[in-house]
Design a protein around this ligand. Structure first.
Ligand code: C2E
Ligand code: CA
Ligand code: CA
Ligand code: CA
Length: 280
C-alpha cells in the first residue's frame, strides 16, 4: 500500500509538473539546438491589400525538437529571454536571413524585404548595429532588404540604448517596424519619435472587424489615417476572413499578413511563391 501511495503521488506530481518538466527539458536542450541544426526559419508572406502581390515576408523561427516535435516560438522564446540564449538565437536568425537573401539574389529571384523579430532584451544589449552591419557586408546584402520588428512594448522602455540602436540601424538603411501595435499603449508621440517605417496592427484588432465591433474598427481607421499623415506603411496582421480583407481594402491598408493568404511556410514553399510573386 505504501508503494502504491508513492506511485500515485509521483503520477500526480508528474501531471501537475508536466509544464515545468517540459520547460526544464526545453531549456536544457536549447543550448545545443543551434549546433544540432534544429532551428528552422519559416516565412509568412506580406501581400499588397489591393493586388495580392507579395511585398515582403516575416521570418518566424521554428524548433524541431527531437522529442517534442515542433515547438512554437510562443513557447520557447520567452524561455530564451529568461536564460539569455535569446542573444544567440536572435543572432542566428539574422545571420540565416542575410545568408538566404544572398542565395535568392544569386538565384535571380526578385528579393522582397524580410522582417525579423528582435527581442527587447537583444535590443537593449550593445552591439546590435555593428553585428547587423557586419552581416550585410559579409553577405553583400543591401540594407533595404532587412526590416527589424520591434514590439510596441519594448519602445515604451525608451532607454537611451534603444534609441541609439534604432538610430544606428536607420543610418545603415535597415527598416524598422513596430510590431503588435495597439497592445502596448504607446502614444502617438512615440510614433513620431521612433520614426518607424512600418506599423503592424495587432491581430486582436483585425479579428474584431465586424459590424458589432465599432471600437476596434475605429482604432484601425485612425491608425491608418495617422500613418498616412506620417508616411508610414501599415500592415494588418492575422487576417483570416474575406470580411476583414474587404474592410482593410476599403480603408486602404497597405499590406496584409494572415492565414487568409498564407500561413508561415517552409523555405521550399516560400521560394515557389517568390518565383511568381503570387500565392498560388
Ligand atoms: P509575432 O511577431 O506577432 O508573429 C505573428 C504570429 O502570428 C506568428 O506566430 C504567426 O504564425 C501568427 N499568425 C500569422 N497570421 C495569422 C492568422 O491569420 N491567424 C492567427 N491566429 N495567427 C497568425 P508564431 O510563428 O507562432 O510566432 C509567435 C511569436 O513568437 C511571434 O509573434 C514573435 O513574438 C515570436 N517569434 C517568432 N519568431 C521569432 C524570432 O525569430 N525571434 C524572436 N525574438 N521572436 C520570435
Ligand atoms: Ca512580428
Ligand atoms: Ca505581431
Ligand atoms: Ca506578438
Amino acid at each position: 500500500a505504501k508503494q502504491l501511495g508513492k506511485n500515485n503521488y509521483q503520477l500526480y506530481s508528474f501531471t501537475r509538473d508536466i509544464t515545468s518538466y517540459k520547460k526544464y527539458v526545453l531549456e536544457k536542450d536549447m543550448r545545443k539546438a543551434i549546433e544540432k541544426e534544429e532551428f528552422e526559419i519559416y516565412y509568412q508572406p506580406q501581400v499588397a491589400t489591393s493586388t495580392g502581390v507579395i511585398k515582403g515576408a516575416e521570418a518566424l523561427i521554428r524548433w524541431n525538437h527531437e522529442e517534442w516535435g515542433m515547438v512554437s516560438p510562443g513557447e520557447f522564446i520567452p524561455l530564451a529571454e529568461e536564460n539569455h540564449l535569446i542573444h544567440q538565437i536572435g543572432d542566428w536568425v539574422i545571420e540565416n536571413v542575410c545568408k538566404q537573401i544572398r542565395i535568392w539574389k544569386d538565384k535571380g529571384y526578385t528579393v522582397r524585404p524580410i522582417s525579423i523579430n528582435v527581442s527587447p532584451i537583444r535590443l537593449m544589449k550593445k552591439g546590435l548595429v555593428e553585428f547587423v552591419a557586419d552581416l550585410l557586408n559579409k553577405y553583400d546584402v543591401p540594407a533595404k532588404f532587412l526590416e527589424l520588428e520591434i514590439t510596441e512594448g519594448s519602445l515604451l522602455k525608451s532607454e537611451k540604448n534603444v534609441l541609439n540602436t534604432l538610430d544606428g540601424l536607420r543610418e545603415l538603411g535597415v527598416k524598422i517596424a513596430i510590431d503588435d501595435f495597439g497592445t502596448g499603449f504607446a502614444s502617438l508621440t512615440y510614433l513620431r519619435e521612433f520614426n518607424a517605417d512600418t506599423i503592424k496592427i495587432d491581430q486582436v484588432f483585425v479579428q474584431n472587424i465586424n459590424e458589432e465591433n465599432k471600437k476596434d474598427t475605429a482604432i484601425i481607421s485612425s491608425v491608418l489615417h495617422l500613418a498616412k499623415g506620417m508616411d508610414m506603411k501599415v500592415i494588418a496582421e492575422g487576417v483570416e476572413e474575406y470580411e476583414q480583407l474587404n474592410f482593410l481594402k476599403q480603408k486602404e491598408c497597405d499590406e496584409i499578413q494572415g492565414y487568409l493568404f498564407s500561413k508561415p511556410v517552409s523555405l521550399d514553399i516560400f521560394e515557389q511563391m517568390l518565383e511568381t510573386g503570387y500565392i498560388k
